[in-house]
Ligand binder design. Structure first.
Ligand code: SF4
Ligand code: SF4
Length: 92
């Protein structure tokens, strides 16, 4: 089964993952659903953090198209596919 994870300290709330995913793996939720979370300073130096963060709601549906990995400005999505290969975000 494919698993999808978001490192929430790095998630800027840009919504790119939610917007590009063809199978609705992600949902944007208010950041206060992550009490006490601290934004990653290295990411904050490059991008604004918005009022929401991405939450994985449907990881097993992921078809590993990698669209979200290319679009994730926080470089905070990790996908492990059926063969245990690990795919990381690579924002360009
Ligand atoms: S790799 Fe594709 S299917 Fe999987 S979560 Fe990202 S955009 Fe969705
Ligand atoms: S693309 Fe990355 S940084 Fe943007 S909302 Fe999704 S997980 Fe967060």
């Amino acid at each position: 089964m494919v698993s999808v994870e978001v490192a929430h300290t790095k998630c800027t709330g840009c919504t790119h993952c939610r917007d590009v995913c063809p199978v609705t793996v992600f949902e944007m939720v208010p950041r206060d659903q992550f009490p006490g979370i601290e934004d990653d300073p290295a990411v904050a130096a490059k991008f604004n953090f918005r009022g929401e963060k991405s939450k994985v709601i449907n990881g097993p549906e992921c078809i590993v198209c990698e669209a979200c990995l290319f679009e994730c400005e926080g470089e905070c999505i990790t996908i492990v596919d059926d063969e245990n290969n690990v795919h990381h975000s690579t924002y360009k």
